[in-house]
Design a protein around this ligand. Structure first.
Ligand SMILES: [Zn+2]
Length: 94
């Protein structure tokens, strides 16, 4: 590996999608099944339908916060999460 631990590559969509999922679906208690497997499958499915946004982990936190504030991004993430919830609820892998 040519990168040090401090300078790894980060797809900021990973923490953003996880956070939005947590806030809008898990905490809202609207999931048919909230087991760990279903939660991970939903986040993975949504991430696979959203373009990645890469940064170095060093730029990390500030970039994540700025990206998180983008209204268009939030609505894209919510839309993909809602679709993913439907798919996984119909075909759970737990
Ligand atoms: Zn489940």
């Amino acid at each position: 590996m040519i990168f040090s631990r401090e300078l790894s590559i980060l797809n900021v969509m990973e923490p953003i999608v996880s956070n939005i999922f947590e806030d809008h679906f898990v905490k809202a208690g609207i999931l048919t099944c909230a087991c760990e497997k279903c939660q991970i499958d939903i986040v993975l499915l949504a991430l696979n339908h959203l373009p990645p946004r890469y940064t170095s982990s060093q730029a990390g936190e500030a970039y994540i916060k700025a990206t998180y504030q983008e209204p268009q991004l939030q609505s894209d993430v919510l839309r993909e999460l809602a679709k993913a919830v439907k798919v996984i609820e119909e075909r759970p892998n737990h």
